[in-house]
Design a protein around this ligand. Structure first.
Ligand code: DX5
Ligand code: ZN
Length: 217
């Protein structure tokens, strides 16, 4: 069964404690936290102080997705804020290997995110050094967009690469996941499902999380 990582980008920011409590009592294992800088992506979300507060509101894994330029400058600060998994974008990192080493030496799991146009084979010489690949299934920057179908081929190719190299790298999918496409996403080889709107805009978020968890069964 996939790990479910609801994206707090779609939470109610005036009632964050309430939404954290709801997730704490749900089957979601991870909190997905989206950080945007208005440079790497055309949107600005939230940053360190908000994550510090969320960290205090949960014992679950804090999965921080940095959609920012020069993420290496902030790795230590996100560790201090409480990140367990820190994901940086391939497209934002000319010295990706160095950034990965830095994240791991700080005691976090290291993830690398790929934009929709970035082919998975570009990871063939770094995949053995990372804990997770985040495959963007929408263009990063906003919640509530439509899933790009070609992403399923990328997941299958990536899964094959991971199995062929005998690795245990996780595959996370992010963007446009719904109750309708989740089964196909899991069957393609996804380990971690991010869902923002599908969870938070549903009438019963906990039931929706449970349904996502069972997708593909
Ligand atoms: C988009 C973010 C996603 C977003 C997903 O740039 O990385 O995590 O919150 O939202 P949905 O599930 O609504 O597409
Ligand atoms: Zn994200």
């Amino acid at each position: 069964m996939p790990i479910i990582a609801p994206s707090l980008l779609s939470a109610d920011f005036l009632n964050l404690q309430r939404d954290c409590d709801m997730l704490n009592e749900s089957e979601a294992e991870w909190f997905h936290l989206d950080v945007m800088d208005g440079r790497f992506v055309p949107n600005i979300s939230y940053g360190l102080p908000v994550i510090e507060h969320i960290r205090k509101a949960t014992r679950k894994i804090c999965d921080v997705h940095l959609m920012i330029m020069e993420p290496g400058n902030y790795a230590e600060a996100f560790k201090k804020a409480g990140a367990d998994v820190l994901t940086i974008h391939y497209e934002a990192c000319p010295h990706l290997h160095r950034n990965i080493q830095q994240i791991r030496s700080l005691g976090m799991k290291a993830g690398v995110a790929l934009n929709p146009h970035t082919p998975v084979h570009l990871l063939s010489d770094i995949i053995q050094d990372i804990d997770m690949v985040l495959v963007m299934s929408v263009n990063p920057g906003f919640g509530g967009q439509q899933f790009i179908p070609h992403t399923l081929d990328k997941i299958r190719t990536l899964k094959k690469m991971i199995i062929d190299k005998n690795l245990s790298t996780l595959i996370e999918i992010d963007g446009g996941v719904t109750l309708d496409n989740a089964a196909a996403i899991v069957k393609a080889g996804t380990d971690v499902i991010v869902a923002g709107n599908t969870v938070f805009k549903s009438a019963n978020p906990q039931a929706t999380i449970a349904a996502l968890k069972n997708a593909g069964n």
